[in-house]
Design a protein around this ligand. Structure first.
Ligand code: KIV
Length: 267
């Protein structure tokens, strides 16, 4: 039996930039899936506000509330022994002021037991990132395609190609004290330059192979979500199809009387 994995702290996560070990991050929203992913050896679990779309059935991440994030994050922390748990600050829980961000990030850390928060932005959020970092609340930034800017961007899945802007956002986030940065939907060549220029790890989603780590939405990667096929997504399983087939077999067996058989019944 292999020895139990040591928990991953923020300093250890950050140190992977120097060691060159690639970081594998994934989203999860409850204890059941978090424990499966943690056992499988992911370095970090992101309680993403993508839960608004993946779990709650909204078309954007905007309706997700802080209380909902806290509810899901508590479950994820209970299911995790090893991975670094990072929790998204949802829309309009940090954009008003650094003070608002501090109070809400403080609630996440205090009430959930997670180690870090994530917010979207670079240059325009640098004061906020700095005030969280000054309060010793570890912050992961998120630049490139920012899902909370869906209306400003005119849609969700648009590749961001403004290299100067992406560079400036990533540098500003690092200078303000972010310990890592998610790069979403940007060309590989830009992600490579940003990754080489920064001292903190970059975690890519749709940003190519040169980032220091990768993140995928768990239910997308496992083929649970249906009808979502962006170029960057790889299905490592087809659990959605398997679950549908298994459920329709169950329905057929209940209706035909095949289930429960004597094997599944008490004398
Ligand atoms: O909310 C989320 O799941 C995210 C990832 C896509 C990085 O921000």
């Amino acid at each position: 039996m292999s020895p139990p994995l040591r928990p991953i702290s923020v300093p250890r996560f950050k140190a992977s930039k120097q060691s060159g070990e690639k970081l594998a991050m994934i989203t999860a929203y409850d204890s059941l899936w978090a424990s499966i992913m943690d056992d499988a050896g992911v370095d970090s679990i992101l309680v993403g506000d993508s839960l608004g779309m993946v779990v709650q059935g909204h078309t954007t991440t905007l309706p997700v509330t802080l209380d909902e994030m806290i509810y899901h994050a508590k479950m994820v922390v209970r299911g995790t022994k090893h991975a670094l748990v990072v929790v998204d600050l949802p829309f309009m829980t940090y954009q008003v002021s650094p003070q608002q961000a501090l109070e809400n990030a403080g609630r996440i850390i205090k009430e959930t037991g997670a180690s870090a928060v994530k917010l979207e932005g670079g240059v325009h959020q640098s004061e906020t990132i700095q005030s969280l970092a000054d309060a010793e609340i570890p912050v992961m930034a998120h630049v490139g395609m920012k899902p909370q800017s869906v209306h400003h961007l005119g849609g969700m899945g648009k590749i961001q190609r403004d290299e100067d802007r992406i560079q400036a956002d990533a540098k500003a986030a690092q200078e303000a004290g972010a310990f890592a940065i998610v790069l979403e939907l940007i060309p590989s060549s830009i992600a490579k330059t940003v990754t080489e220029d920064l001292q903190i790890p970059t975690i890519g989603i749709g940003a190519g192979p040169h980032c220091d780590g990768q993140v995928l939405v768990g239910p997308d990667m496992l083929g649970v979500t249906q009808g979502f096929h962006p170029k960057f997504l790889k299905h490592y399983a087809e659990l959605g199809k398997q679950a549908r087939n298994a459920t329709s077999n169950y329905v057929a067996e209940v209706k035909s009387g095949e289930f429960p058989s004597a094997k599944h019944s008490h004398e």
